[in-house]
Design a protein around this ligand. Structure first.
Ligand code: CTP
Length: 506
């Protein structure tokens, strides 16, 4: 192991909490260090939100003493030997330095107390194993035994130990490596995983089986909200992990050629769409153009979106998932994927279940976007009628802006003329949508005549006729035959009901 650097870095430990921890650890006679992501992010110029403290001694005791000093509550996780407290919105987690060894069949380590060096050796990557000293005598000194700083500058992801040991100890790190390569890469610096590490991931991919699907999904979500998620999904594919996690996505790979007709390579296309969605969403967030609708005590509130919507990214990832099952070759029209949006939407619950993701309104949102992703562009094949736009608004509801964003992101082609034509059509639909939105309140359409109203008016019990009458009125509004208001709806309802032989009781 290389000697630790002793450079004292100024400015990174200005937060008062570091001085407090330093003083208390000194009184308790234990050595404490800031470690992990916080240290890495300092050097990357990013503001870390959580602080990890490693203690040569009891992390829980130090946390309890610090919590008492700052008047904060401490949460203790005895099974893991960790404790967490909140300080000015930051989570500060304490752990005793440990020497860990893992059993082959479990992620749960056998833990023994150790020194800082033992602890650093057992961490995932050199860039995550750097520490700042909190000792009075060298406060702020960087302890970097594996050249984390050098790797950070070169954009390299490397394990401190032999990668087979590091990944076998905790296989989640195979996906973490890919996540960091995706997250830390930006316009200025590309992060790469060293070749021996990539080979090790390929070799150890079977070890994923000991991980819970929830933890895998959590990592996938973190990759998806990055600025260029395709980097991560390509690496997942190259290392053979994707096949084990989301085989449906791997089935999108490849092209087929019949009589000189080749179809789009749907895997690359999907990744391009996910990247397009990511950059369009980030731009829209910066411009304050996207909103989220949250339910507060049964009332829907509108909030500006401030962070990426991971479910929109899932919708982009799965938008063409139904293509392999619907692929056909027809001599007259070439390759077709008719109905892939319907098949794809039906596949969403199975995929969510397999990754133990929420089977709630988030899943429904993804399914809905997959189902509707062709609709905005399909509107332009002929003339864009108000009624078609109203129906789209009715079906998409508050998700219309996300749907439009996905639809625009889906316009990818090697043929610039085709892209230009589709973008023009898309702009036409967007304009029409804005016009219709201004005129009618269709987005959150609620039928002005309710079932209860019809039952009371005609003195009838729940029956099929009520559904028919409501549907009739709804269609008339969406088609623009009548306005979206109670008077017009009531008039039409009474006409139709009379035709059906119904007579008002009052
Ligand atoms: N760590 C590890 N192996 C894991 C998870 C975490 O060695 N499977 C170590 C790393 O040193 C990491 C630290 O624990 O830096 C904290 O983990 P975590 O909070 O998950 O990640 P961060 O590095 O803080 O990064 P981020 O918050 O961006 O996820």
């Amino acid at each position: 192991m290389k000697q630790s650097e002793t450079t004292v870095i100024h400015g990174f430990l200005d937060n008062r909490i570091f001085g407090i921890i330093s003083g208390i650890a000194g009184e308790m006679g234990v050595r404490a260090f800031v470690i992990g992501g916080y240290v890495r992010d300092c050097f990357l110029g990013r503001q870390g939100k959580d602080i990890d403290i490693v203690v040569e001694g009891s992390g829980i005791e130090l946390a309890e003493a610090v919590a008492a000093a700052v008047g904060s509550k401490v949460s203790v996780f005895r099974n893991f030997g960790t404790a967490m407290l909140k300080y000015k919105g930051m989570e500060v987690e304490f752990v005793g330095a440990r020497k860990e060894s893992y059993r082959r069949d479990s992620r749960k380590p056998l833990v023994e107390n150790g020194t800082l060096e033992d602890d650093q050796l057992r961490r995932d990557f050199t860039i995550n194993a750097m520490a700042f000293s909190l000792q009075k005598e060298d406060f702020g000194a960087l302890v970097d035994p594996f050249g984390g700083i050098r790797d950070l500058a070169a954009g390299i992801i490397r394990t401190p130990l032999d990668p087979d040991t590091t990944y076998s100890d905790d296989p989640l790190r195979m996906i973490r490596a890919i996540r960091f390569a995706t997250k830390l890469s930006d316009g200025q610096r590309q992060f790469t995983i060293v070749p021996e590490s990539l080979e090790s991931i390929r070799r150890n991919r079977g070890r994923l089986s000991i991980l819970s699907r929830e933890r895998i999904a959590e990592e996938l979500n973190k990759i998806l909200v990055c600025a260029r998620p395709s980097t991560g999904f390509r690496l997942l594919d190259e290392t053979g992990l994707l096949e084990l996690i989301l085989p449906q996505l791997v089935s999108l790979k490849g092209t087929e050629n019949v009589d000189g007709h080749c179809h789009k390579e749907n895997f690359s296309h999907t990744l391009e769409v996910v990247d397009n969605v990511a950059s369009a969403e980030l731009q829209a967030i910066a411009g304050g153009c996207l909103k989220d609708y949250v339910n507060v005590d049964g009332v829907e509130e509108e909030r500006p979106r401030t962070a990426p919507n991971v479910w929109l990214r899932w919708a982009a990832l799965l938008h063409d998932i139904g293509k392999p099952a619907t692929k056909r070759f027809d001599k007259a029209s070439g390759w077709t994927f008719h109905g892939h949006e319907v098949v794809g939407a039906r596949m969403v619950p199975g995929i969510f279940k397999s990754l133990r993701m929420p089977l709630n309104e988030k899943m429904k949102y993804v399914g809905k976007l997959v189902l509707l992703h062709l609709r905005p562009i399909a509107l332009v094949t002929e003339e864009v009628t108000d009624s078609a736009v109203r129906r789209l608004l009715f079906d998409a509801g508050n998700d219309i802006d996300d749907l439009m964003l996905l639809c625009n992101a889906d316009i990818t082609s090697k043929n610039p003329r085709k892209v230009e034509r589709l973008k023009k059509n898309f702009a036409l639909v967007s304009r029409k949508l804005a016009e219709v939105e201004e005129k009618d309140a269709i987005r959150n359409f609620k039928n002005p005549v309710t079932g209860e109203y019809i039952m009371e008016l005609y003195g009838i019990p729940p029956c099929r006729q009520i559904g028919e009458l409501k549907e009739y009125v709804k269609n008339a509004i969406l088609d623009g035959a009548i306005g979206n208001d109670f008077e017009a709806a009531d008039r039409l309802l009474r006409e139709k009901a009379a035709e059906m032989g119904l007579v008002p009781v009052k």
